[in-house]
Write a protein that binds this ligand. Structure first.
Ligand code: SGN
Ligand code: CA
Length: 541
């Protein structure tokens, strides 16, 4: 029998308001898939709108769709803090940001690598663990038998990797016997980052110790800004015109924090850095950075391919630049095309991993997870980027292909959050879930079809802290249940927002001061306070 984590602290069990957390009932006979392998694939900034399993309007992602089709698609999947480093820390620890300490991307808020993490717990439980790609947390990774990480955001072309000193990638090296690296070195790789991360991951699968179960974390840089495609995908989508989303022309009425952001496609998306129009007579600082360091660093054959696509477009643009809404729509289409190209490569490389697992007979005893560090705006509200607790960036894609013994297929509609991944994987691996983990195991949702068992969680807590910061999104925290969302923007702004997601799924009408919502508001305010007590977040500001 699994040793299982008790989710509640005394006093929070009563079904007060809408946020009661019920105790986990003891597990019934566990499915027999043990040892269980875990392949966790996480991309960066991948909007669910750009996955055909979630949204058929824009592009096709056959391999991610195959994971969903052969397994499950979570339709209500959310993050706890919609930005990279913090999101990854939530995933690795199973705890909210104020508990794991990584509240924003700033290096002034270092991630304490010595704390309890999922890979450490898996390794202690007999797993071989590896992490390849973008981790975006300070310090030397701990808890991995093998790792190769991108420095910071990493580069799309010819990326550097940080590796344990002396590690010869692709040559069957693991850190000795459960030890962590003390020193690191940088190694530069030739090629396109999504291909390289996948090559390294497959190499590791090939040379791993096959007597042990494994957990492989494949963390892609794609599809982070500034959306540089692999040369083989450069010409894809060029004949496509993408429809603008319903809220593209949002005027942010009643939402001062939304009005104050700097992530607007028209105003803030850089014509040269983001959209690669490099014949710019007056490039901005970011534009100069693109021309000198990003484009400037490409090899000549790659440059030539970029030039042949973008330069004629760039010359035409500066000869006769569109204005106003026409410019916004032009930028939006360039953004959508480049982003879609980057996803082509991502999906194809996910296909390579699936193919490897199939060819090596690993599908039956491997849990395959695909997700992103957060969602992203594809023109909704006129935006790119993330950070806000509004739906597009609070949500994140989550699909899983399940090992034998887990019979759930199709949609899981229970609300889940990225703090749930660690306890879920531990639970499915048959390992104990430490008491201090704040997420909930999703294992029982995956056992069989039919009515989803109640996880005993009625609402989710969210908190974003990175202000002052890039894109100027104010600090805010809030609560979301299946119907409503309440959030509080604070700092140099003090504004509450309340949305009725059923009547207003686009979150255009803040009903916080609407008397007809007074009762709902009161209840949500109580629930939010209760949640903050439950997660020990009363002082998190
Ligand atoms: C970079 C980007 C931002 C982005 C952050 C965080 N600017 O700073 O647009 O919001 O990363 O992204 S850039 O000029 O460097 O491209 S995160 O996914 O890593 O959190
Ligand atoms: Ca990200």
């Amino acid at each position: 029998m699994d040793s299982r984590k008790i989710l509640c602290v005394a006093g929070t069990l009563a079904a007060v308001g809408g946020v009661a957390h019920a105790q986990h009932p003891a597990a019934k006979a566990a499915p027999a898939t043990r040892p269980l392998n875990i392949v966790y694939i996480m991309s960066d900034d991948h909007a669910y709108q750009m996955i055909s399993a979630y949204d058929k309007r824009y592009i096709s992602t056959p391999n991610i769709d195959a994971i969903a089709r052969e397994g499950v698609r979570f339709t209500e999947s959310f993050v706890a803090n919609s930005i990279s480093g913090p999101s990854r820390a939530c995933m690795l620890t199973g705890k909210h940001s104020h508990m794991n300490g990584k509240i924003n991307n700033e290096t002034s808020h270092q991630f304490d690598q010595s704390q309890q993490t999922l890979p450490k717990l898996l390794r202690a439980g007999g797993y071989q663990t590896a992490m390849i790609g973008k981790i975006h947390l300070d310090g030397i990774p701990q808890g991995f038998d093998h790792w190769a990480i991108l420095p910071g955001q990493g580069d799309y072309y010819n990326p550097y990797f940080i590796v344990p000193k002396g590690m010869h990638l692709n040559k069957g090296y693991s850190l000795p016997d459960g030890q962590d690296a003390k020193e690191t070195e940088r190694v530069r790789y030739h090629g396109y980052v999504t291909n390289i991360i996948t090559d390294m991951s497959l190499d590791w699968l090939e040379q791993r110790d096959k007597t042990k179960p494994f957990a492989l974390f494949i963390h892609h840089k794609a599809a982070h800004r500034c959306w540089m495609a692999d040369t083989v995908d450069l010409n894809a989508y060029e004949d496509r015109t993408f429809p603008t989303p319903e809220t593209f022309d949002d005027d942010y009425a009643g939402r001062p924090a939304a009005a104050a952001q700097q992530m607007n496609i028209l105003k803030d998306m850089d014509i040269t850095y983001d959209l690669k129009m490099r014949t710019n007579p007056k490039p901005s600082g970011l534009g100069r950075h693109y021309i000198r360091d990003i484009y400037g660093d490409l090899q000549s054959d790659v440059k030539a391919k970029f030039d042949s696509l973008y330069d004629p477009m760039s010359r035409a643009f500066f000869a006769n630049p569109p204005q106003g809404r026409e410019l916004a729509v032009w930028k939006y289409n360039r953004y959508m095309r480049d982003y879609a190209k980057v996803i082509n490569s991502l999906d194809r490389n996910i296909g390579r991993v699936l193919q490897y697992l199939k060819e090596h007979d690993l599908l039956d005893n491997t849990l395959i997870v695909y997700t992103s560090d957060q969602g992203f705006y594809m023109g909704e509200h006129g935006w790119f980027d993330k950070r806000f607790m509004y739906e597009e960036s609070l949500r994140t894609p989550l699909v899983m292909r399940l090992p034998k013994g887990y019979d759930k297929r199709g949609d899981v509609t229970t609300m889940v959050q990225n703090i749930d991944y660690a306890p879920t994987f531990l639970d499915m691996a048959g390992l104990p879930i430490p008491e201090d983990i704040q997420g909930t195991s999703l294992r029982k949702l995956l056992l069989k079809n039919g009515k989803e068992p109640d996880l005993g969680r009625k609402a989710l807590y969210y908190h974003f802290y990175e202000y002052p910061g890039e894109h100027a999104v104010r600090r805010h925290y809030g609560i979301r249940n299946t119907r409503y969302k309440l959030m509080h923007f604070y700092g140099d702004i003090d504004k509450w927002e309340l949305y009725d997601l059923k009547k207003d799924p686009n979150e255009l009408h803040n009903v916080f001061d609407d008397p007809s919502y007074a009762k709902v508001r009161k209840q949500l305010e109580r629930d939010l306070e209760e949640l903050r007590v439950y997660y020990k977040a009363q002082n998190a500001k």
